[in-house]
Design a protein around this ligand. Structure first.
Ligand code: ATP
Length: 327
Protein backbone atom coordinates (compact mmCIF):
# COMPACT_ATOMS: atom_id res chain seq x y z
CA UNK A 1 0.00 0.00 0.00
CA UNK A 2 1.52 3.30 -1.13
CA UNK A 3 1.82 6.27 1.23
CA UNK A 4 1.38 8.69 -1.68
CA UNK A 5 -1.70 10.90 -1.27
CA UNK A 6 -0.99 13.99 -3.36
CA UNK A 7 0.83 14.03 -6.71
CA UNK A 8 2.29 17.26 -8.14
CA UNK A 9 2.54 17.61 -11.90
CA UNK A 10 4.62 20.09 -13.91
CA UNK A 11 5.85 20.75 -17.45
CA UNK A 12 9.42 21.99 -17.95
CA UNK A 13 11.86 22.95 -20.70
CA UNK A 14 10.56 23.53 -24.23
CA UNK A 15 6.84 22.94 -24.77
CA UNK A 16 5.73 20.13 -27.04
CA UNK A 17 2.34 19.19 -28.51
CA UNK A 18 0.72 16.53 -26.33
CA UNK A 19 1.87 17.94 -22.99
CA UNK A 20 -1.75 18.86 -22.21
CA UNK A 21 -2.90 15.34 -22.98
CA UNK A 22 -0.23 14.09 -20.56
CA UNK A 23 -1.33 16.50 -17.80
CA UNK A 24 -4.93 15.41 -18.30
CA UNK A 25 -3.98 11.75 -18.00
CA UNK A 26 -1.99 12.35 -14.80
CA UNK A 27 -4.91 14.25 -13.26
CA UNK A 28 -7.57 11.75 -14.28
CA UNK A 29 -5.46 8.73 -13.21
CA UNK A 30 -4.82 10.36 -9.83
CA UNK A 31 -8.55 10.93 -9.34
CA UNK A 32 -9.24 7.34 -10.40
CA UNK A 33 -6.90 6.16 -7.63
CA UNK A 34 -8.46 8.53 -5.05
CA UNK A 35 -5.39 10.77 -4.87
CA UNK A 36 -5.17 14.53 -4.72
CA UNK A 37 -3.38 16.16 -7.64
CA UNK A 38 -1.69 19.56 -7.68
CA UNK A 39 -0.65 21.54 -10.74
CA UNK A 40 2.72 23.30 -10.49
CA UNK A 41 3.00 26.36 -12.74
CA UNK A 42 6.05 27.17 -14.93
CA UNK A 43 8.06 24.04 -14.23
CA UNK A 44 10.77 24.14 -11.58
CA UNK A 45 10.26 27.91 -11.26
CA UNK A 46 6.79 27.21 -9.84
CA UNK A 47 8.25 24.69 -7.38
CA UNK A 48 10.58 27.35 -6.05
CA UNK A 49 7.86 30.05 -5.98
CA UNK A 50 5.26 27.63 -4.50
CA UNK A 51 2.99 28.42 -7.43
CA UNK A 52 0.60 25.52 -6.91
CA UNK A 53 -3.02 24.98 -7.98
CA UNK A 54 -5.34 22.16 -6.95
CA UNK A 55 -6.63 20.26 -9.97
CA UNK A 56 -9.75 18.20 -10.55
CA UNK A 57 -11.36 16.37 -13.44
CA UNK A 58 -12.87 19.58 -14.79
CA UNK A 59 -9.59 21.54 -14.77
CA UNK A 60 -8.30 19.31 -17.56
CA UNK A 61 -11.52 19.21 -19.60
CA UNK A 62 -11.26 20.18 -23.27
CA UNK A 63 -7.44 20.34 -23.37
CA UNK A 64 -6.47 17.04 -25.03
CA UNK A 65 -6.55 18.69 -28.46
CA UNK A 66 -4.59 21.81 -27.50
CA UNK A 67 -0.89 22.40 -28.17
CA UNK A 68 1.40 24.05 -25.59
CA UNK A 69 0.84 23.44 -21.88
CA UNK A 70 -1.88 24.82 -19.62
CA UNK A 71 0.57 24.63 -16.70
CA UNK A 72 3.04 26.87 -18.59
CA UNK A 73 6.70 25.99 -18.81
CA UNK A 74 9.96 27.76 -18.07
CA UNK A 75 13.69 27.37 -17.86
CA UNK A 76 14.78 27.84 -14.22
CA UNK A 77 18.39 28.54 -13.30
CA UNK A 78 17.65 28.60 -9.55
CA UNK A 79 16.80 24.88 -9.66
CA UNK A 80 20.39 24.19 -10.73
CA UNK A 81 21.53 25.39 -7.26
CA UNK A 82 21.34 23.43 -4.00
CA UNK A 83 19.55 26.35 -2.29
CA UNK A 84 16.93 26.47 -5.04
CA UNK A 85 16.23 22.76 -4.77
CA UNK A 86 16.05 22.98 -0.94
CA UNK A 87 13.42 25.70 -1.25
CA UNK A 88 11.51 23.59 -3.78
CA UNK A 89 11.57 20.64 -1.38
CA UNK A 90 10.39 22.76 1.56
CA UNK A 91 7.46 24.06 -0.53
CA UNK A 92 6.44 20.55 -1.53
CA UNK A 93 6.53 19.30 2.08
CA UNK A 94 4.54 22.30 3.33
CA UNK A 95 1.88 21.67 0.70
CA UNK A 96 1.70 17.95 1.48
CA UNK A 97 2.75 17.00 -2.04
CA UNK A 98 4.47 13.64 -1.72
CA UNK A 99 5.38 12.69 -5.30
CA UNK A 100 6.02 14.43 -8.62
CA UNK A 101 5.38 13.78 -12.29
CA UNK A 102 7.67 15.93 -14.44
CA UNK A 103 7.05 16.29 -18.16
CA UNK A 104 10.02 17.51 -20.19
CA UNK A 105 13.31 16.64 -21.84
CA UNK A 106 16.82 15.71 -20.79
CA UNK A 107 17.46 18.88 -18.74
CA UNK A 108 14.24 18.32 -16.81
CA UNK A 109 15.28 14.74 -16.06
CA UNK A 110 18.80 15.77 -15.04
CA UNK A 111 17.25 18.11 -12.45
CA UNK A 112 14.71 15.47 -11.37
CA UNK A 113 17.43 12.85 -10.93
CA UNK A 114 19.38 15.19 -8.68
CA UNK A 115 16.33 16.26 -6.67
CA UNK A 116 15.05 12.75 -6.13
CA UNK A 117 18.42 11.51 -4.85
CA UNK A 118 19.05 14.57 -2.65
CA UNK A 119 15.68 14.44 -0.89
CA UNK A 120 14.62 10.82 -1.43
CA UNK A 121 11.54 12.22 -3.15
CA UNK A 122 9.48 10.01 -5.52
CA UNK A 123 9.57 11.36 -9.11
CA UNK A 124 8.58 9.89 -12.44
CA UNK A 125 9.25 11.64 -15.75
CA UNK A 126 7.30 11.71 -19.00
CA UNK A 127 9.31 12.37 -22.18
CA UNK A 128 7.84 15.62 -23.54
CA UNK A 129 10.04 16.98 -26.31
CA UNK A 130 9.69 17.31 -30.07
CA UNK A 131 13.29 16.14 -30.55
CA UNK A 132 12.76 12.42 -29.75
CA UNK A 133 16.28 12.46 -28.33
CA UNK A 134 15.75 10.41 -25.15
CA UNK A 135 16.74 6.79 -24.68
CA UNK A 136 14.16 4.41 -23.19
CA UNK A 137 11.30 5.20 -25.55
CA UNK A 138 10.71 4.74 -29.25
CA UNK A 139 8.94 8.10 -29.38
CA UNK A 140 8.66 11.19 -27.19
CA UNK A 141 5.47 13.22 -26.77
CA UNK A 142 5.38 15.87 -29.52
CA UNK A 143 7.72 14.29 -32.03
CA UNK A 144 5.00 12.84 -34.24
CA UNK A 145 3.15 16.17 -34.38
CA UNK A 146 6.37 18.07 -35.14
CA UNK A 147 7.39 15.83 -38.04
CA UNK A 148 3.89 16.07 -39.48
CA UNK A 149 4.06 19.87 -39.22
CA UNK A 150 7.35 19.78 -41.13
CA UNK A 151 5.92 17.43 -43.77
CA UNK A 152 2.86 19.66 -44.30
CA UNK A 153 5.03 22.77 -44.62
CA UNK A 154 7.56 21.19 -46.98
CA UNK A 155 4.80 19.73 -49.19
CA UNK A 156 3.69 23.34 -49.76
CA UNK A 157 7.25 24.45 -50.43
CA UNK A 158 7.58 21.58 -52.92
CA UNK A 159 4.64 22.98 -54.92
CA UNK A 160 6.39 26.28 -55.48
CA UNK A 161 9.80 24.60 -55.95
CA UNK A 162 8.30 22.37 -58.64
CA UNK A 163 6.50 25.26 -60.40
CA UNK A 164 9.63 27.44 -60.55
CA UNK A 165 12.30 24.72 -60.96
CA UNK A 166 13.85 25.78 -57.67
CA UNK A 167 16.12 24.21 -55.12
CA UNK A 168 14.96 24.81 -51.56
CA UNK A 169 17.07 24.40 -48.45
CA UNK A 170 14.73 23.89 -45.52
CA UNK A 171 16.04 24.14 -41.97
CA UNK A 172 14.19 22.17 -39.30
CA UNK A 173 14.60 22.01 -35.51
CA UNK A 174 17.18 19.74 -33.87
CA UNK A 175 20.17 21.36 -32.19
CA UNK A 176 21.82 18.10 -31.18
CA UNK A 177 19.67 15.56 -32.92
CA UNK A 178 18.79 15.01 -36.55
CA UNK A 179 15.78 12.82 -35.88
CA UNK A 180 13.21 15.44 -36.95
CA UNK A 181 15.19 16.11 -40.14
CA UNK A 182 15.69 12.45 -40.94
CA UNK A 183 12.12 11.23 -40.60
CA UNK A 184 10.44 14.29 -42.11
CA UNK A 185 13.05 14.33 -44.88
CA UNK A 186 12.15 10.77 -45.83
CA UNK A 187 8.47 11.74 -45.59
CA UNK A 188 8.80 14.61 -48.07
CA UNK A 189 11.07 12.76 -50.48
CA UNK A 190 14.03 15.08 -49.86
CA UNK A 191 16.93 14.96 -52.29
CA UNK A 192 19.38 15.17 -49.35
CA UNK A 193 19.23 15.36 -45.56
CA UNK A 194 21.96 16.99 -43.50
CA UNK A 195 22.03 15.94 -39.84
CA UNK A 196 24.65 16.26 -37.10
CA UNK A 197 24.95 12.46 -36.78
CA UNK A 198 25.81 11.85 -40.45
CA UNK A 199 28.44 14.55 -40.85
CA UNK A 200 27.70 15.17 -44.52
CA UNK A 201 29.65 18.32 -45.37
CA UNK A 202 28.78 20.90 -48.02
CA UNK A 203 31.34 19.33 -50.37
CA UNK A 204 29.54 15.98 -50.16
CA UNK A 205 26.26 17.72 -50.84
CA UNK A 206 27.66 19.52 -53.88
CA UNK A 207 29.08 16.25 -55.18
CA UNK A 208 25.71 14.58 -54.75
CA UNK A 209 23.93 17.39 -56.60
CA UNK A 210 26.48 17.34 -59.43
CA UNK A 211 26.25 13.61 -59.94
CA UNK A 212 22.51 13.34 -59.33
CA UNK A 213 19.74 13.23 -61.94
CA UNK A 214 19.54 16.35 -64.10
CA UNK A 215 15.86 16.00 -65.04
CA UNK A 216 14.47 16.90 -61.61
CA UNK A 217 12.42 20.10 -61.68
CA UNK A 218 12.68 20.75 -57.94
CA UNK A 219 15.05 19.77 -55.21
CA UNK A 220 14.52 19.87 -51.45
CA UNK A 221 17.46 19.70 -49.04
CA UNK A 222 16.50 19.27 -45.38
CA UNK A 223 19.06 20.62 -42.90
CA UNK A 224 18.86 20.07 -39.12
CA UNK A 225 19.61 23.36 -37.30
CA UNK A 226 22.49 21.68 -35.41
CA UNK A 227 24.16 20.25 -38.49
CA UNK A 228 27.89 20.81 -38.55
CA UNK A 229 27.71 22.49 -41.95
CA UNK A 230 26.26 25.50 -40.10
CA UNK A 231 22.57 25.62 -40.95
CA UNK A 232 20.51 26.51 -44.00
CA UNK A 233 22.00 29.96 -44.67
CA UNK A 234 25.59 28.72 -44.69
CA UNK A 235 24.68 25.79 -46.94
CA UNK A 236 22.67 28.15 -49.16
CA UNK A 237 25.59 30.54 -49.64
CA UNK A 238 27.91 27.68 -50.61
CA UNK A 239 25.42 26.30 -53.13
CA UNK A 240 24.72 29.73 -54.64
CA UNK A 241 28.44 30.21 -55.18
CA UNK A 242 28.84 26.80 -56.79
CA UNK A 243 25.64 26.89 -58.89
CA UNK A 244 25.18 30.62 -59.72
CA UNK A 245 22.57 29.90 -62.41
CA UNK A 246 20.33 27.87 -60.13
CA UNK A 247 17.33 29.39 -58.39
CA UNK A 248 18.14 28.58 -54.75
CA UNK A 249 15.88 29.57 -51.85
CA UNK A 250 16.10 29.13 -48.10
CA UNK A 251 13.32 28.50 -45.64
CA UNK A 252 13.77 28.21 -41.87
CA UNK A 253 10.64 26.66 -40.41
CA UNK A 254 11.29 27.77 -36.81
CA UNK A 255 8.76 27.69 -34.02
CA UNK A 256 5.78 26.49 -36.03
CA UNK A 257 7.32 23.06 -35.42
CA UNK A 258 6.62 23.24 -31.68
CA UNK A 259 3.01 24.34 -31.76
CA UNK A 260 -0.34 23.19 -32.99
CA UNK A 261 -2.81 20.45 -32.26
CA UNK A 262 -1.16 17.22 -31.19
CA UNK A 263 -1.55 14.30 -33.59
CA UNK A 264 -3.65 11.36 -32.48
CA UNK A 265 -0.48 9.37 -31.96
CA UNK A 266 0.89 11.98 -29.54
CA UNK A 267 -2.42 12.23 -27.68
CA UNK A 268 -2.57 8.46 -27.19
CA UNK A 269 1.11 8.20 -26.24
CA UNK A 270 0.75 11.03 -23.70
CA UNK A 271 -2.44 9.52 -22.27
CA UNK A 272 -0.83 6.14 -21.85
CA UNK A 273 2.30 7.63 -20.28
CA UNK A 274 0.32 9.78 -17.83
CA UNK A 275 -1.62 6.81 -16.45
CA UNK A 276 1.55 4.69 -16.31
CA UNK A 277 3.34 7.43 -14.34
CA UNK A 278 0.68 7.60 -11.62
CA UNK A 279 0.41 3.82 -11.38
CA UNK A 280 4.21 3.53 -11.41
CA UNK A 281 4.49 5.92 -8.45
CA UNK A 282 1.84 3.94 -6.55
CA UNK A 283 3.82 0.76 -7.27
CA UNK A 284 6.91 2.34 -5.67
CA UNK A 285 8.81 3.32 -8.81
CA UNK A 286 10.89 6.48 -8.69
CA UNK A 287 13.77 8.22 -10.49
CA UNK A 288 12.60 6.75 -13.80
CA UNK A 289 11.16 7.91 -17.10
CA UNK A 290 8.10 6.25 -18.60
CA UNK A 291 8.58 5.16 -22.20
CA UNK A 292 7.18 2.86 -24.82
CA UNK A 293 9.36 0.34 -26.61
CA UNK A 294 7.82 -2.04 -29.14
CA UNK A 295 4.37 -1.01 -27.87
CA UNK A 296 5.15 -1.99 -24.25
CA UNK A 297 5.40 0.50 -21.39
CA UNK A 298 8.91 0.52 -19.89
CA UNK A 299 10.55 2.47 -17.05
CA UNK A 300 14.12 3.65 -17.61
CA UNK A 301 16.30 5.29 -14.91
CA UNK A 302 16.68 9.03 -15.57
CA UNK A 303 20.44 8.56 -15.74
CA UNK A 304 20.03 6.18 -18.69
CA UNK A 305 17.28 8.09 -20.48
CA UNK A 306 19.41 11.20 -20.90
CA UNK A 307 22.33 9.40 -22.52
CA UNK A 308 20.64 10.03 -25.82
CA UNK A 309 23.66 10.54 -28.00
CA UNK A 310 24.80 6.90 -27.87
CA UNK A 311 21.43 5.34 -27.30
CA UNK A 312 19.67 7.02 -30.19
CA UNK A 313 22.55 6.95 -32.68
CA UNK A 314 21.16 6.88 -36.18
CA UNK A 315 21.58 3.53 -37.85
CA UNK A 316 23.36 3.60 -41.23
CA UNK A 317 20.36 1.76 -42.68
CA UNK A 318 18.33 4.98 -42.41
CA UNK A 319 21.00 6.95 -44.24
CA UNK A 320 21.15 4.27 -46.93
CA UNK A 321 17.38 4.56 -47.29
CA UNK A 322 17.70 8.28 -47.97
CA UNK A 323 20.39 7.63 -50.57
CA UNK A 324 18.34 5.00 -52.41
CA UNK A 325 15.12 7.03 -52.40
CA UNK A 326 16.67 10.27 -53.56
CA UNK A 327 18.03 8.82 -56.81
P1 ATP B 1 13.93 20.47 -24.20
O1 ATP B 1 14.43 19.12 -24.66
O2 ATP B 1 12.64 20.83 -24.81
O3 ATP B 1 14.96 21.56 -24.28
P2 ATP B 1 14.61 20.16 -21.44
O4 ATP B 1 13.91 19.52 -20.31
O5 ATP B 1 15.90 19.51 -21.89
O6 ATP B 1 13.58 20.30 -22.63
P3 ATP B 1 16.12 22.38 -20.29
O7 ATP B 1 15.89 23.83 -20.39
O8 ATP B 1 17.41 21.82 -20.71
O9 ATP B 1 14.91 21.70 -21.09
O10 ATP B 1 15.87 21.94 -18.77
C1 ATP B 1 14.69 22.32 -18.07
C2 ATP B 1 15.02 22.75 -16.68
O11 ATP B 1 15.59 21.64 -15.97
C3 ATP B 1 16.08 23.83 -16.58
O12 ATP B 1 15.56 25.12 -16.80
C4 ATP B 1 16.54 23.65 -15.13
O13 ATP B 1 15.64 24.25 -14.24
C5 ATP B 1 16.47 22.12 -14.97
N1 ATP B 1 17.82 21.55 -15.14
C6 ATP B 1 18.48 21.32 -16.29
N2 ATP B 1 19.71 20.85 -16.07
C7 ATP B 1 19.86 20.80 -14.72
C8 ATP B 1 20.91 20.42 -13.84
N3 ATP B 1 22.09 20.00 -14.30
N4 ATP B 1 20.70 20.51 -12.50
C9 ATP B 1 19.50 20.93 -12.03
N5 ATP B 1 18.47 21.31 -12.81
C10 ATP B 1 18.63 21.24 -14.12
Amino acid sequence: MSSIKNIGVLTSGGDSPGMNAAIRAVVRASIYHNLKVTGILRGYEGLIQADFIPMDGQSVANIIQRGGTILKTARCDAFRTKEGRELAHKNLVESDIDALVVIGGDGTFTGADLFSSEFDFPIIGLPGTIDNDLAGTDFTIGYDTAINTVVNAVDKIRDTAESHDRLFIVEVMGRDSGLIALRSGIGVGAEAIMIPEAKMGVDDLICRLETGRKDKASKIIIVAEGDEAGGAYVVGEALKEKFPKSDIRISVLGHIQRGGKPSCMDRVLASRFGVAAVEGLLAGKTDVMVGQINREIVFTPFSQSIKHIDAKAISPTWLRLVEILSL
